[in-house]
Design a protein around this ligand. Structure first.
Ligand code: GLV
Length: 308
């Protein structure tokens, strides 16, 4: 019985050491050293190396190395293979930090003050109490919930949106297409943590921006495919939106010369909001392999028709 690991080599080495101790009966193979393909029951990947999965006749589970699975071409994955995304507390904690950092920076005008500093301007801006700042999170999975928990102590007016109905204490929850319009209309700072699916591609676009209160801001730490960048630039230039913080961009790395690099109201970080932790991801995958071997439900199983 073997696990084939095909992503970043440093993490592979860390996993191999960890698994050798915790589950010596599992043979961890680091691509390209596949050995006998018939032994491979588990595959861990960020993206699928071309032509690989077809050669693994006994594959049971494909583990994504990240929280998302949109980067894996699931059309290549045989139906009988279970696809599992990474559900891991360190990943959620890192995302909660990123969301708290960006929401507070927007709320307290940090970027506006940085601009004023460069212009040599000493000018206090109106201070809005947190209770009057409406912060909405799109995507209410493990990361969305952790981000909302991190924001609660500040006293923001919190809301959330998800595809299907959710109830979260202290959070006004919206769902579905109609709910998205109402959610946007009452959100001053919108944080996108959605999975990328055909239903959410381009969701950060003109229709949404037009619903948002004038001067609203967005933070996107979901996927670049959520964003219509031309619509964003148009909304920023028209003053409809005040600012955007993007951890993910439609093309990554963001190409040289892309207008997002130099837009004065855009802050770009290079897809770092929640990096996969070597030890944490190894622990989570080990725990899922244990569950799988015991015939129990794994954490983070992807519904193939839903795409997350
Ligand atoms: C990173 O973006 C991830 O999916 O974990």
């Amino acid at each position: 019985m073997a696990l084939l690991y095909t992503a970043a080599p440093a993490r592979g080495a860390a996993w191999a050491a960890m698994f050798a101790e915790a589950m010596p009966e599992l043979d961890v193979r680091l691509a390209p050293d596949i050995g006998d393909p018939a032994d491979i029951r588990y595959l861990a990947a960020w993206t699928l190396p071309p032509g690989l999965i077809e050669t693994l006749p006994n594959l049971d589970v494909l583990f994504s190395i990240g929280a998302g699975v949109d980067q894996l071409d699931l059309s290549l994955v045989p139906r009988q293979v279970t696809v599992v995304r990474l559900v891991e507390p360190n990943l959620a904690a890192a995302m909660a930090e990123y969301v708290a950092m960006t929401v507070l920076a927007l709320h307290r005008d940090l970027y506006a003050y940085a601009e004023q500093q460069r212009a040599g301007v000493w000018q206090p801006l109106p201070q809005v109490p947190a209770g009057e700042r409406r912060v909405g999170i799109a995507g209410l999975g493990q990361m969305g919930s952790a981000a909302l928990d991190a924001l609660k102590p500040f006293g923001f007016a919190l809301s959330g949106w998800s595809r299907s109905p959710r109830t979260l204490p202290g959070v006004t929850c919206f769902h579905g297409d109609d709910g998205l319009r109402d959610f946007a209309a009452q959100t001053d700072i919108l944080v996108n943590l959605l999975p990328l699916t055909p239903a959410t591609r381009g969701i950060l676009g003109r229709a949404l921006f037009e619903r948002m209160p004038p001067g609203a801001a967005i933070v996107s730490a979901g996927r670049g495919g959520h964003l219509d960048a031309a619509a964003l630039v148009e909304a920023l230039d028209a003053g409809r939106l005040s600012r955007a913080i993007l951890d993910v961009t439609p093309v990554e790395p963001l190409p040289a010369g892309d207008p997002l690099w130099h837009h004065p109201r855009v802050v770009v970080t290079p897809h770092v909001a929640a990096a996969t932790d070597n030890a944490g991801s190894g622990k989570a995958v080990l725990a899922n392999i244990r569950r799988h071997r015991a015939g129990a439900a794994m954490q983070g199983v992807v519904a193939r028709d839903r795409g997350y």
